[in-house]
Design a protein around this ligand. Structure first.
Ligand SMILES: *[C@@H]1O[C@H](CO)[C@@H](O)[C@H](O)[C@H]1NC(C)=O
Ligand SMILES: *[C@@H]1O[C@H](CO)[C@@H](O)[C@H](O)[C@H]1NC(C)=O
Ligand SMILES: *[C@@H]1O[C@H](CO)[C@@H](O)[C@H](O)[C@H]1NC(C)=O
Ligand SMILES: *[C@@H]1O[C@H](CO)[C@@H](O)[C@H](O)[C@H]1NC(C)=O
Ligand SMILES: *[C@@H]1O[C@H](CO)[C@@H](O)[C@H](O)[C@H]1NC(C)=O
Ligand SMILES: *[C@@H]1O[C@H](CO)[C@@H](O)[C@H](O)[C@H]1NC(C)=O
Ligand SMILES: *[C@@H]1O[C@H](CO)[C@@H](O)[C@H](O)[C@H]1NC(C)=O
Ligand SMILES: *[C@@H]1O[C@H](CO)[C@@H](O)[C@H](O)[C@H]1NC(C)=O
Length: 446
């Protein structure tokens, strides 16, 4: 007993314990108030033999610098400073109590040679790589089981040079699933801010099994043609803030996920308490804000406030399919302006593929309590395509103050099936399914 008490005292004095934040709409303010940066010690990557000429491979310098800075963990942590220059590197890992700081004009450039990227096991909640069955390339910058980590700068750049990866993806010559630019796995209290990200091979920022993740003031850009590139992916993570950022990608700009079919159901870790605000998004062939389609651990308690969405195939999408299990619920989206969008709002209950043939067709997902308020749009092709699942209709979908101005010649406004909810001040006039007491329909059918 006394040993246990001593242990608890020791642990709590080493690790800052933050209470969970229960109001999703306050997460950005809460996380923003934390002191993320100042470290008592700083070293420059050039002290570790790195050369910023865009040609010298600096992977070992980054690895050695991080290894050296581990010894400062119990001394308030340390900063790894990256001066102006082009710093070519393969994948490397961070450590706890570290700030990686990219000076204005500093560019971390990802190697295009796959042999410079480590190969790692698939994530347990996915059971395989996303692009291909089996293993995957490790991300360029990794955090595994870390806490108190900051990746920031004076608008330095991290360039994934994704073109070679997109070509390998398109020509089916990938050996393993593509790497991401930054990935935090099972980490806590991590911040990414004040940086520009270019041309991620797949995702720009992936946080998985993590909590208290603060992403602020970033620009993420991958060319519109890049296949299935996604900006920020909160995945089986909670207490996440994404704010004051601009994201332009080939596929989705922000996608919330939580695992894939039987693997996600077994891992059972939800994405919850996510706050997204003040963002500018574009997604050429996907959706600017998407939920799923991998959502088997559940997605709930998400607040999106104040977004501008332009030039996207889809504005906001809820995606799932039979076999996923899980849920998407308690989602509040408000104050959105859209322009030049193919379909403004999509809910699709037969979206996406399965990791393998072991999934359970009867694992039906639940989609309910989604509120969309104060949405306006111009140059919209289709207002909404809302298609639920017959055996598990989408319910309590509440639209209020939605005003979408359609492209001239657009003859389809809303299409709905197996979806129920309410609408107040919605134009164009929504489908009749959105004027029914959904509890009577949705619940009875589930
Ligand atoms: C972010 O950048 C701005 C201006 O470039 C600077 O004032 C601010 O201190 C930076 N924040 C961090 C955490 O470095
Ligand atoms: C950061 O740099 C990028 C490109 O280097 C530029 O487009 C962007 O405007 C800069 N952002 C800020 C806040 O200075
Ligand atoms: C984020 O943007 C809002 C609105 O422009 C601004 O009031 C706020 O200070 C910004 N926050 C940060 C951390 O830059
Ligand atoms: C969403 O809005 C409803 C109604 O205003 C509120 O009761 C609920 O707590 C909100 N959910 C979240 C996650 O903020
Ligand atoms: C509605 O959303 C727009 C942004 O699209 C915002 O400017 C406006 O203030 C919002 N209205 C209310 C009442 O929040
Ligand atoms: C749902 O998504 C699937 C897969 O992308 C697509 O084939 C189907 O057309 C979509 N359904 C609707 C109604 O848009
Ligand atoms: C309704 O939407 C319009 C257009 O975005 C906005 O100007 C107005 O403030 C909104 N009203 C409410 C009550 O949200
Ligand atoms: C809508 O217009 C397209 C051509 O622009 C036509 O092929 C289609 O049949 C029309 N749909 C309806 C429901 O009228």
């Amino acid at each position: 007993m006394s040993v246990a008490i001593i242990l608890v005292v020791v642990l709590t004095s080493l690790i800052p314990i933050y209470a969970d934040i229960h109001d999703a709409g306050k997460i950005c303010d809460e996380l923003g108030r934390r002191s993320w940066s100042s470290r008592p010690h700083s070293v420059s990557i050039s002290e570790f033999g790195a050369v910023g000429d865009g040609k010298t491979l600096n992977t070992l310098a980054f690895q050695n610098a991080v290894f050296y800075l581990m010894s400062f963990a119990d001394k308030g942590g340390a900063q790894l400073y990256v001066p102006p220059g082009k710093w070519l590197t393969g994948s490397f890992s961070l450590t706890s109590h570290l700030t990686l700081f990219l000076e204005n004009g500093a560019v971390i450039v990802a190697s295009q040679d796959p042999s410079h990227w480590e190969i790692v096991d698939p994530l347990p909640s996915y059971g395989r790589g996303i692009d291909l069955p089996g293993k995957r390339y490790m991300s360029l910058i990794n955090g595994y089981k870390l806490h108190d980590v900051v990746v920031t700068g004076d608008n330095g750049t991290i360039d994934g040079q994704g073109l070679v990866w997109w070509d390998r993806f398109t020509s089916h010559s990938l050996k393993y699933s593509r790497p991401n630019l930054i990935e935090f796995i099972s980490s806590e209290n991590v911040a990414v801010s004040n940086l520009t990200f270019l041309n991620a091979p797949a995702y720009t920022i992936h946080s998985i099994y993590s909590s208290h993740v603060y992403i602020s003031k970033i620009l993420a850009h991958s060319t519109p043609e890049s296949p299935y590139t996604i900006g920020i992916v909160p995945d089986s993570s909670d207490n996440v803030c994404i704010q004051n950022s601009t994201i332009n990608t080939g596929y989705d700009a922000i996608s919330l996920k939580s695992g894939w079919d039987e693997y996600g159901i077994a891992y059972a870790r939800a994405t919850a308490n996510v706050h997204i605000r003040n963002i500018y998004l574009q997604s050429a062939s996907g959706s600017s804000i998407s939920f799923g389609s991998e959502m088997s651990g559940g997605i709930s308690d998400v607040v999106v406030d104040n977004a501008v969405i332009r030039n996207s195939l889809t504005g906001i999408a809820f995606r799932t399919t039979r076999g996923r299990g899980g849920y998407i619920k308690e989602i509040n989206i408000s104050n959105i302006y859209m322009s030049r969008i193919g379909t403004a709002i999509v809910a699709n209950g037969s979206f996406g593929t399965h990791p393998d043939d072991k999934y359970d067709e009867n694992a039906l997902p639940l989609v309910s309590h989604i509120r969309l308020n104060n949405i306006s749009g111009v140059h919209i092709g289709v207002a909404g395509k809302l298609f639920g699942i017959k055996e598990s209709p989408f319910s309590s979908l509440a639209l209020s103050n939605v005003s979408l101005s359609m492209n001239s010649g657009s003859n389809v406004t809303w299409q709905c099936s197996y979806v129920y909810g309410s609408s107040v001040s919605v134009s164009p006039e929504p489908c009749p399914e959105l004027n029914r007491d959904d509890n009577a329909y949705g619940r009875a059918a589930v």
